[in-house]
Structures are given as C-alpha cells and as structure tokens.
Ligand binder design. Structure first.
Ligand code: AMP
Length: 374
C-alpha cells in the first residue's frame, strides 16, 4: 500500500493571508513575523487593529469576488481569525490556495444546530437542544422546560442573538410556548436553536491544534469567567479534578479530529454540578481564552496556529507557569500606566482608538509558579 506524500510545508518567508483584522489577527501576525512569515490581512473594516502589524492588507467585503481573487493571488496559504466568514468566500479562495481551516469546518461551526449535532454525534455531551424555525416547533420546544436559552442558529457571539427564558418552575407548556414565541419573534423569527438551561459550576475551554499531518496538541483546560456575556478573566489551569481535565482535553482532541481540522480551535464547555462536561461552542480559530499562552508557554496559540496552517510540526503545548489573564474592556484600558508599572504584569494593547463600552481594548496576563495561581 502506498502512502500519499504529505503536502509540502509552506516555508518561512511565505505570505499567510488572514481573513479578519481584529486583535486575534494582530497577535497572529506578530507570531507569524517571529517565524519569518509575512501576513496579508483581508478585512472590510478600514480601522482593523491587525493592519498596523501586517506586511499588507486589503479592505474589501467578504462577498467581493474580485478582491478575494486578488488576495489569493498574492498569498501562499489562507487562514482566519473570525469564524463568520461566508462559506462561499472560503470556497472561492480554496480554488486558488489552501484555506485552513476550510469551508467544511466553518459550515459546521457557523451553525449552532449543525455544531451541537456534530458534537453529540462525536460522543460529547451538550445541553439538550432542539431546532426552532417556526411556530410549529414551539410546542415540542416547550418540553425543554421553563429555563432555556433561545439562540439564533447563525451569527451569534458574546451573547448576541440570544434570549434567556427564565419562567418560574412548574410553568405549564402553554405558558412556556407563548414566552418562547415572543422570544423567537424578538430574535427576528428566523432559524433558532433552543437549549435547556445548564446550571453550571464553571465554564472552561481547551485550545486544540491539529496539524497537516494529523498530529493533535492541546493546551491545559482553563476556567473562563464572563460578565455581561463577555469574557473577563481566564484562570490557568482550571481547578478541576484530574480526570475532568483529561476528559475536557480528550473531547477537544476528538472534535478536532472529527472535523478534520487543520488549524487551531477553542472548545468552550460547561462543567455541571454533577461533574459532567457539556460542550457549548466551537471556535475554529485563536481565542481570547488562549491569550495566556503568549507568556506562560514556550509556544503561544498564535504561533501554534501558524505552525498548523503552514504544515510545520506542532509545538508541545506545555506551560512553565500558571496564569491569570484579564481583559481590558472599554474604559478599563485607561489603567494602562498602572499596569505597565506593575511588576510581573504583561500588558497587551490592541491599538484601538475609541474605548467603547464592551469593546476589548487589550489584556493583561499575570504569571504564577506552577501550582500557585490564586
Ligand atoms: P454562547 O453565545 O453560546 O457562547 O453563550 C454565551 C454565554 O451564555 C455562555 O458563555 C454562558 O455563560 C451562557 N449560556 C449559553 N448557553 C447556555 C445554556 N444552555 N445554559 C446556561 N447558560 C448558557
């Protein structure tokens, strides 16, 4: 039996095209530069934070076929830092250059119903869920109970496109269906997913990378604390029993393999009061809950993504320190002088001009000796 040769690696000196120009693209471009790559950012927003640190950029819509073709012509491989890129754009780009992760991965992770079904079919737990596409689905959906979360199937992030249903225990099916109907209309009346409410003890995530050769590496599970649906703090590692930590990593690795991922992915999960792990969401890109890897690991999530998409060997994801990463959201960025003066604090600023409420302006990571994080 002959074994197909692995596609050649894309060597340092080549140009990586990145779809999306936010802070994730900015930090990925910095990591790529450290390995000798050039980056070309494609983003519709003329004020994209990644532009300032990349060799080149294109300002155009993801539906602009001519701009996509011109972009593909000047890069060697294409990846993304934003998962809501239209699948048609990825398919068009893939006619010219490798796109990693590709349209098949994004098709699943852009749609909460396909995503949850995929997770369940790969043996991992999820919240109970059902599709809600019209009034006819409401009676069956009401069976999930008086506490549930209605989410749009597509284009949701940071709690957007979501409605939390919190009716009293014992509410009858008709009352629940009526409240669901109102919530569904409030979300625009399109294709939605209803999930049973999970009374979790904590939210965790695992960053997993899969290389072109099928090798898989995952970072330690971390705990994520949110406020107003926005990540505030990541605690590394999550303080959970060793078997749960191992299970979380095993789930992330299995899902990366099941997707045929080439690249990096964050797997967000809930830990329930009964000690079960339920997968909430997959993000096939660098992730806010992986920023701590810049300081606490030899190789950051950003360089790991570069390695994966360029067909290089993945790095070992071990950490030399524990860490706490805090996002600087909105006005919190005004504390930068004090953070710069704080011994041991590593400050990252994203170069965004206006500190609007809820906007991620930067982050700070504090390291602790292994086993000593607060
Ligand atoms: P998502 O947009 O799916 O990442 O959800 C944003 C946040 O809403 C999560 O980080 C949770 O804090 C909360 N959430 C989402 N789904 C559920 C659920 N089924 N039960 C309880 N909380 C949820």
């Amino acid at each position: 039996m002959s074994i197909a040769p692995a596609p050649p690696a894309i060597p340092p000196g080549a140009t990586i095209g990145i779809l999306g120009g936010g802070q994730l693209g900015r930090m990925a471009a910095l990591a790529a530069a450290a390995l000798g790559y050039r980056c070309h950012i494609f983003c519709p927003d003329e004020h994209s934070p990644a532009f300032a640190v990349a060799a080149a950029h294109t300002i155009a819509d993801y539906a602009d076929g001519a701009a996509l073709d011109a972009f593909a012509a000047v890069v060697d491989v294409i990846t993304l830092e934003f998962e809501n890129i239209p699948v048609e754009a990825l398919e068009r780009l893939a006619r010219h250059r490798p796109v990693r992760p590709g349209a098949d991965v994004l098709r699943v992770t852009q749609d909460r119903l396909l995503e949850k079904t995929f997770v369940r079919d790969h043996g991992a737990g999820t919240a109970p869920f059902c599709a809600v596409s019209g009034p006819a689905d409401l009676a069956a959906a009401a069976a999930l109970g008086p506490r549930a979360v209605l989410k749009t199937r597509r284009f949701g992030y940071d709690g957007k496109g979501q409605h939390m249903l919190a009716l009293p225990e014992g509410s009858d099916a008709e009352t629940i269906a009526a409240a669901l109907h109102a919530a569904w209309e409030g979300l625009g009346g399109g294709d939605c997913l209803l999930e049973g409410f999970i009374d979790f003890t904590c939210e965790i995530s695992v960053i997993v990378a899969r290389g072109l050769d099928g090798a898989v590496q995952s970072y330690v599970p971390v705990e994520n604390r949110h406020a107003g649906h926005i990540l505030r703090t990541t605690l590394v590692p999550a303080f959970l029993p060793a078997p749960l930590l191992a299970e979380a990593e095993a789930i992330a690795r299995r899902l990366a393999e099941g997707l045929g991922l080439v690249g990096l992915m964050a797997v967000e999960m809930f830990v329930t009061r009964e000690g079960r792990i339920l997968v909430n969401e997959l993000a096939p890109r660098c992730h806010n809950s992986g920023h701590w890897t810049i300081e606490a690991c030899l190789v950051s999530q950003f360089q790991q993504q570069v390695r994966a998409v360029c067909g290089l060997p993945l790095a070992l994801p071990g950490r030399h320190s524990d860490a706490v990463m805090e996002n600087l959201i909105g006005d919190a960025v005004a504390h930068w002088p004090a953070l710069l003066a704080e011994p041991g604090a590593s400050l990252h600023l994203y170069g965004k001009s206006a500190a609007r409420p809820g906007r991620k302006m930067g982050h700070v990571t504090r390291l602790y000796p292994l086993g000593q994080r607060p």
